[in-house]
Design a protein around this ligand. Structure first.
Ligand SMILES: [Zn+2]
Ligand SMILES: [Zn+2]
Length: 153
């Protein structure tokens, strides 16, 4: 079920991407290669801190999720997945991250100073015009109707 949501979200991102951006083909390839896996560390992280459901870094181009993510609404699940995709682009594909910032007239090292969390959301905003906000539980939420993504197949 999560695999399917990831597939729909990455397809939606490709659909929203700016064809004129020079690094877009690379980004499309990254999006296609992203996988999702259950990770016990993610379960433990969530037990320690309620708002944490996922992370990256265990394996390249892979989002680790906790089993608890299943209990969330689609707008949160898509928000979390989008945020983690932002981390993958920023942390595991620095060449792309640099393109994105230069294309948007931002200084890479200057933006890096705002930290990984800001960078992750910035990547998604800049590349796909998708805004991630934080709900009352401080959980990532995608500011678009999940129905728009769910209908992609
Ligand atoms: Zn992990
Ligand atoms: Zn994060």
């Amino acid at each position: 079920m999560l695999d399917e949501k990831l597939k729909k979200l990455t397809k939606f991102m490709v659909f929203r991407s700016d064809e004129y951006f020079i690094g877009m083909n690379k980004i499309k390839n990254v999006l296609k290669s992203i996988k999702i896996q259950h990770c016990k560390i993610a379960d433990k992280d969530h037990e320690d801190e309620f708002r944490v459901f996922a992370h990256v870094g265990c394996k390249k181009d892979t989002i680790c999720v906790s089993k608890y993510i299943q209990s969330l609404d689609d707008c949160n699940i898509y928000g979390i997945l989008a945020h983690e995709i932002g981390h993958i682009i920023d942390l595991q594909h620095e060449d792309i991250a640099r393109y994105v910032l230069n294309y948007n007239d931002y200084n890479y090292d200057g933006m890096k100073g705002f930290g990984d969390e800001v960078m992750a959301d910035f990547m998604i905003d800049a590349l796909f015009d998708l805004h991630i906000y934080y709900d009352e539980d401080k959980i990532q939420t995608l500011a678009i109707s999940p129905g728009a993504i769910n209908q992609i197949f």
